[in-house]
Design a protein around this ligand. Structure first.
Ligand SMILES: Nc1nc2c(ncn2[C@@H]2O[C@H](COP(=O)(O)OP(=O)(O)OP(=O)(O)O)[C@@H](O)[C@H]2O)c(=O)[nH]1
Ligand SMILES: [Mg+2]
Ligand SMILES: [Zn+2]
Length: 303
């Protein structure tokens, strides 16, 4: 490793150590004090493009963070402040399982809002489809999210069904997998890249239910292209970092109707001449989605 300055992308953060992928190396860097003391907005996270100074004595030091193309924020509903969890990633992949644990459309909706607010392209992956009896659960969820304008991939790590489609999603640019604990996020990545050996929950270890198997986020470079981050499971997303009037834009199925309401600042609650509510009444937007919107809006306004 020669001394000098270089640019790279943060692929892992462990304690105060940042692993940075540069053009021809993987370096472990620390943060220059000035960045360390910054506000939460300036936290250095996976996906960040950084300037690294490589010195002879003090090793590699991150001296600056380049402007972010997308930034994924997360706030648990109890936390006062949101924090950035990943930067510059293209796709937010919401993973749910059709059974064990059972899917929660309300949780999927919230995660999609998180991705939309980040400026990312969102995909829904339904895993463990071999556990669904008949076509009911998988088809109902798939139809609901396809109807809302999202790409949906139905997969099973056990039978291999749909894995090729999942793989083509994660090969297109950089992605992050989010979703409740135990839905199979790490298992999916292990299935598409043998040898990765991400820790997954051991079958039959009932005592582990409710605990996280994956504990930190790392941006994995896939053989043959694409970068993907696995994350520890969570289902509590809090409300996104958007103004109340901007929330409707985070619902892909609402977007065609926005700007057509009688009031410019319509929040699609009880206002007369609301185009979104009309679309719901006409069956063009699912009532369930309006309900999710209202729940999140109420949280945003009570902040
Ligand atoms: N039946 C079935 N089980 C699966 C499938 N995919 C994963 N599993 C199992 O589901 C359990 C949880 O898988 P993980 O990959 O650890 O789940 P995770 O989403 O990474 O969980 P956290 O790291 O805690 O967030 C493991 O016992 C897997 O073997 C599947 O397609 N079908
Ligand atoms: Mg995991
Ligand atoms: Zn309206």
């Amino acid at each position: 490793m020669s001394s000098g300055r270089t640019r790279g992308q943060v692929v892992e953060t462990v304690g105060g150590v940042y692993r940075v992928r540069t053009a021809d190396d993987l370096v472990e860097a620390s943060l220059r004090g000035r960045i360390k003391r910054g506000r939460s907005r300036d936290r250095v996270v996976i996906g960040d493009q950084v300037e690294v100074a490589i010195g002879k004595a003090d090793g590699a030091v991150i001296e600056g963070v380049l402007p972010r193309r997308t930034s994924l924020w997360r706030r648990s509903s109890r936390a006062r402040f949101a924090k950035v969890v990943a930067a510059n990633l293209d796709n937010l992949i919401v993973v749910a399982s059709v059974a064990d644990p059972p899917p929660s459309p309300a949780v999927i909706d919230r995660m999609l809002v998180m991705g939309e607010a980040a400026g990312m392209s969102c995909v829904v992956v339904l895993n463990k489809v071999e556990l669904a009896r008949g076509r009911s659960v998988t088809e109902t969820l798939a139809e609901s999210y396809r109807g809302a304008g999202y790409k949906v991939v139905a997969v099973s790590v056990v039978t291999g069904e749909g894995l090729a489609d999942f793989e083509s999603v994660i090969r297109s640019g950089s992605s992050i997998l989010v979703g409740p604990s135990g839905v199979g996020k790490s298992s999916l990545l292990n299935a598409v890249q043998p040898g990765l050996e991400l820790l997954t929950r051991t079958v039959g270890r009932r005592s582990r239910i409710g605990r996280h198997t994956t504990v930190s986020s790392r941006l994995i470079e896939l053989k043959g292209g694409g970068r993907v981050a696995d994350t520890p499971g969570f289902s509590d997303t809090g409300a996104p970092e958007v103004e109340p009037v901007g929330l409707a834009r985070c619902f892909a199925d609402f977007r065609p109707w926005l700007g057509r309401c009688h009031f410019n600042d319509c929040l699609h609650l009880r206002e007369p001449g609301c185009a979104v509510r009309l679309a719901v009444a006409q069956g063009k937007i699912q009532r369930r989605r309006l309900h999710s919107y209202r729940t999140i809006l109420a949280e945003l306004r009570s902040r």
